[in-house]
Design a protein around this ligand. Structure first.
Ligand code: FES
Length: 153
């Protein structure tokens, strides 16, 4: 009787001892696979959104050349791009997100790219700050000009 009770007790203990780690392992595995799944799926939206931009951006129309003032700039708010025309027929484009605190810069014809939030100004030629508080240049955006259309490259 004592031996049987001991066996039952041991097998019961063994079952509990085995059962606990198995449950823990299962929850660890599922958590790990969930985390791995999240990590795997997280980068997917980024390339997808980049891919979307690339698909529509491989020739995405930003503006009509006629709408960009010579010696000025045109903000394409939806694309967060500012297209400049420092001299007639010479077009450049930059991120329209101010490097100071992230406001969108403004359309202008006064020879620079102005930010309405804290009065930073940027060069039409290279997006560099000409007056602060911004200290970093607007990021360049590659464009192509096809007739009267300015397209994201
Ligand atoms: Fe442009 Fe501050 S956000 S100057």
């Amino acid at each position: 009787m004592t031996a049987i009770n001991r066996r039952r007790a041991l097998s019961g203990t063994a079952a509990i001892a085995v059962g606990v780690p198995v449950l823990a392992a299962c929850s660890d595995d599922s958590a790990a696979s969930d985390a791995a799944g999240s990590e795997t799926s997280e980068p997917s939206p980024e390339p997808t959104s980049d891919g979307t931009e690339t698909q529509s951006g491989g020739g995405e129309a930003l503006a009509s050349a006629a709408d960009v003032p010579v010696g000025g700039c045109l903000v394409v708010a939806g694309a967060k791009v500012v297209v400049t025309q420092p001299t007639e027929g010479d077009f450049k484009a930059f991120s329209a997100v101010c490097t100071h605190q992230g406001c969108l810069v403004e359309t202008s014809s006064d020879g620079e790219i102005p930010c309405p939030c804290h009065a930073s100004r940027f060069s039409l030629e290279d997006g560099s700050p000409t007056s602060g508080p911004a200290t970093a240049a607007l990021a360049a955006v590659e464009i192509t000009v096809d007739g009267d259309s300015i397209l994201r490259a």
